[in-house]
Design a protein around this ligand. Sequence first.
Ligand SMILES: Cc1cc2nc3c(=O)[nH]c(=O)nc-3n(C[C@H](O)[C@H](O)[C@H](O)COP(=O)(O)O)c2cc1C
Length: 215
Amino acid sequence: MKSDELSAIIRKRRSVRVYKSGKVTEKQLNSILEAGRWAPSGANTQPWELVITRDRAKMRRVRQIYDNEWKRRKAEDPVHYKGLKKDYVGDVSILVLVLGDPRTMRVYLTTRQPGDREKLFQASIANAVEHMMLAAASMGLGTVWVSVREEVEPELRELFRVPQPLRLLWIVPIGHARNWPKAKPRRKIAAFTHREIYDSKKLRRDAEIRAWPKE
Ligand SMILES: Cc1cc2nc3c(=O)[nH]c(=O)nc-3n(C[C@H](O)[C@H](O)[C@H](O)COP(=O)(O)O)c2cc1C
C-alpha cells in the first residue's frame, strides 16, 4: 500500500451515527480485529478484550440503557443538558464492547505512579480502537467511538457478563453508514505545533477550549 492510501483512509474515517441495514461479514470483522491486534501497547501488554455481538435483542437493550440514562440526565437539568441520544448503539450490524484488563498495569515495571499506569493502559486500548476504526473505514464501513459512562456501566456489564476485574471502556458499532458524514473541522497544523520550544502565543485562551468547535 502506498502512503497516500493510508492517508486517504485516515482522512476518510468519520464518526458514523446513522446506519442502514447491511451485514458486516465475518471476513470484514476479522480484518478489523486483525488491525486491533497489531496496535502498539505499553510493554506490549495488549490489555484489550473485545465482546462482539450481532444479537439484535441485546442491541435494543443497550439502546434502552443509554436512552434511560439520557432521560434521567435530561430530567435533572432540562435546560442545560445537551447530551446526544445514542440510538446508533441499537441498530447496527455489529457491536464491539471494548474492555481492558487492569491487571496488565502491574507489569509496567518501571512505572510507579498510578496516573502513569492508567495513561499507558488507556492509550494502549485507544490505539486498538483507532486501528479497528481505520480498518473499517478502509472497507467503507462506519464506526463511532461510544463512551461508556459510569451511569450505564453496571447494566451493560450485567448484559454482557463482563467479569471483574475487567473494565468496560468503550462501545464501537460497526455497520453500513446511511450517509457518509461530512468532515468535522480540524485545527490547522500550525495551531498545535511548536518548533524547538513551546510558542506561548499559541496557547489557547480558556474561551477557545470548547466542544464542537466550528473551525
Ligand atoms: C475518546 C472518545 C470518546 C468519544 N465518545 C463519543 C460518544 O460517546 N458518542 C459519540 O457519538 N461520539 C463519541 N466520540 C466521537 C467524537 O465525537 C468524534 O470523533 C469527533 O467529534 C470528531 O468527528 P469524526 O470522528 O467524525 O472525525 C468519541 C471520540 C473519542 C476519541
